[in-house]
Design a protein around this ligand. Sequence first.
Ligand code: GLU
Length: 314
Amino acid sequence: MTISAETQSTPNYQAILDQIWSEVAPRLGEGKVASYIPQLATVPLAQFGMAVYTLDGRLFTTGQAQTRFSAQSVTKLFALALAYTREGDAIWQRLGKEPSGTAFNSLVQLEYERGKPRNPFINAGALVITDILASRFVDSEIAVLQFIRQLCGSTTPDFDLKVAQSELQTAHRNYAIAHLIKDFGNLHNTVSAVVRSYCRQCSITLNCEELAKAAAFLANHGTVPWNNQQILDHSSAKRISAVMLTCGTYDAAGEFAYRVGLPAKSGVGGGIVAVIPGEAAVAVWSPGLDASHNSALGTYALARLTDLTWHSIF
Ligand code: GLU
């Protein structure tokens, strides 16, 4: 069935996901898997899954929505939200909330901005968030994993220690970033402990169904929709979503907002999680990345979703 946008005042999510799948299937294999983490280079390229979790508890899926993938930087969203529940606006004394305009793993800005990372979604900022969590929890990565499990109501999200080890062995840039931050006095724990926890956190695997459900509290103004647990107040949820919109999709947040029009966080494993405020959370995964490190087909699928449903923030 062909969906026309005019019919979507109450979206038929399943028909729309089916249509997206029919458009994506012939394009499977586009993009490139991340290869700088050797273990991620082994992931077969031609894969795609998508899930929409609505705030009234309906789950719609297409493709490999139950296949687990490496969340990587998508975990930075949950680490930020967890740190924010504990420290609130105090975190902004140690990092900013502006787009960086530089690569996610760049050191350049950090030097002339004296160890204060631009935002929590570039690696420098995520390392500071890990440090904040490491001062509060025995193992910050376990705290992030437990938080994700709590949000999605599933115990299957877990670490992939092979991926964590693979990243740790090649984490020269992240060590360099952490050392620079430490030199400026903005890291309170040891560099090795912070980088190790960060790599383990990035190795968390989960599937699209779990990821969409885990992010639904942000679409629901800070409250988990399926058990009514308040994680953040509505103002804080708005703020986290705003940082997603401006900084969540690497150095292409402008292009992503232009095409998709939703707050989102992506990762080099090919996952993207997006929030439709007041309506749903969406997760998509396809390991082939475009030049900006966002999933190529994942971005396409989200752009089609917002065009066909009329549900974007614009
Ligand atoms: N663990 C990855 C790194 O630090 C995460 C990168 C990403 O997904 O953006 O390089």
